[in-house]
Ligand binder design. Structure first.
Ligand code: 5RP
Length: 223
């Protein structure tokens, strides 16, 4: 099976976690796009979605799924999102699609995080995928120096020759060379650095379930 087919498989499998009559939290990315497409088939059974990005909002609306502001809900039963890496405890690296801040906000509103990913995303230790960090632009050089002290190399993410601007009007650093052996402590530490908006380690907002697309079908991991 191709990676795209594996994404379709887990996107469809995630629909059974959606609670009928409720609002579902929706992440961002190519795997989530498959989930949104599958969600359209049961759109009359749900109230709508809280979305984690402009891109997902547009896709949801185009399929006729109502999108609610996060401020309109006090909690969500479930949040469905992809990951760039997930380990065997459900800790993740996210933000490859630059949506990490809103993803963490919607995840924090949700009782259950269901991660959908193909098997290439499952890792022993987080850090091989460049770690996305959303930053206030004036703090980028200082934050890069703090990562350098940890052995990391931070690079400003570019788009069309200019720094990429997130949905929140900020910049992204992608940090290579890290081995994140204690995701909870790492996330807590980087969160304290002035100018960091969101670090792409999702340890305090970890997954409870991962639907992993493998050549032999969808494997369900529970953490
Ligand atoms: C976006 C994300 C995505 O969930 C992550 O990048 C995985 O994306 P894809 O499903 O396209 O591989 O964190 O900010």
């Amino acid at each position: 099976m191709t990676q795209d087919e594996l994404k379709t498989l887990v996107g469809q499998a995630a629909v059974k976690y959606v609670v009928k009559g409720e609002i579902v939290g929706v992440g961002t990315g190519s795997t989530v796009n498959k989930f949104i497409d599958a969600l359209a088939a049961i759109k009359n059974d749900i109230k709508g979605a809280v979305s984690s990005s402009v891109a997902s909002t547009e896709r949801l609306k185009a399929l006729g799924i109502p999108v609610f502001d996060a401020n309109e809900v006090s909690s969500l039963s479930v949040y469905i999102d992809g990951a760039d890496e997930i380990d065997h405890a459900g800790y993740m690296v996210k933000g490859g699609g630059a949506a990490l801040t809103r993803e963490k906000i919607v995840a924090s509103l949700s009782k259950q995080f269901v991660c959908i990913a193909d098997e290439s995303k499952l890792v022993k230790t987080l850090g091989a995928f460049p770690l996305p960090v959303e930053v206030i632009p004036m703090a980028a050089t200082r934050i890069a120096a703090l990562f350098a002290a940890k052995g990391g190399v931070a690079k400003l993410r570019m788009k069309d020759g200019l720094p990429l601007v997130t949905d929140n009007g900020q910049h992204i650093l992608d940090v290579t060379g890290l081995q994140i052996s204690n995701p909870l402590a790492f996330e807590s530490e980087v969160n304290q650095w002035p100018g960091v908006i969101t670090v792409g380690v999702f340890a305090h907002q970890k997954a409870q379930v991962c639907l992993l697309g493998t050549s032999s079908g969808v494997k369900t991991l529970e953490f």
